[in-house]
Design a protein around this ligand. Sequence first.
Ligand SMILES: C[S@@+](CC[C@H](N)C(=O)[O-])C[C@H]1O[C@@H](n2cnc3c(N)ncnc32)[C@H](O)[C@@H]1O
Length: 267
Amino acid sequence: MKEEEIRKIVRKSYAKAAKRESCCCNSECNENHEKIGYSKAELETIPEGAAFSLGCGHPVALASLKEGETVLDLGSGGGLDCFLAAKKVGEKGRVIGVDMTPEMIDKARENCRQGRYKNVEFRLGEIENLPVADNTVDVIISNCVINLSPNKKRVFEEAFRVLKPGGRLMISDIVLLKELPKKIKENEQAYVGCISGAVMKEQYLEVIKNVGFQDVKVVEEALFPIDFVINNPSTEAIMKDYDISLEEAKEYAGSVASIKVYAVKPK
Ligand SMILES: C[S@@+](CC[C@H](N)C(=O)[O-])C[C@H]1O[C@@H](n2cnc3c(N)ncnc32)[C@H](O)[C@@H]1O
């Protein structure tokens, strides 16, 4: 598939997710919050419409955000991580969410109005062409988005460009530990479900190093929970279409991992 075609499919799917508040990268999103690391207490501080995650981790928890910092969230969805980050950086700090799906941006802006956040803004744009000036961001976070990009190198080049020297990256994402079979690799539903756009873990880390980041490390790694895969409407449909047994599905699930990666732009 061509890059533009992939973006169209991803955008269409997440436009639907924005309207339904349903999930693409995981299944029953509200129930999954605790599994991916959000606490009940912190979710209670968030506007009701924003308390849903399409992510696969909790990058804000590990980003060690400090008061006054500028944070950029790549693929901000409904804005949950931006709102959590906003509390940590305080009034003197700033949070910018970027997402290419207009329906997601509308939803995030509405949530922002409801929560009366003064230090958060959402910008429509692609993470491969960030609408952000050079050397202006302290911390980049992202939650289950870069796997969806058809040009991951470009995403990390852009991240490098907008970070200040000494700025850091803390991202949650999906990677592969074993290659997936061709029938899954080529499946659109598996792509928007954050599985078939994922690349091998070593390849992912190499791209981050090659664009200039230092101190690149995986700070957490877990197999993508099997129930996310089995109970996910996208994967259920794929299993049915391709006559994939539960046993096979479990094996494929063992090839998919959720990681949290840290890296620094040299000073
Ligand atoms: C799986 S959701 C994650 C949303 C959010 N980070 C969260 O944790 O709830 C992926 C989001 O990334 C956005 N997205 C996917 N590819 C993108 C790209 N190339 N540029 C900008 N946004 C993108 C989608 O519109 C969607 O809102």
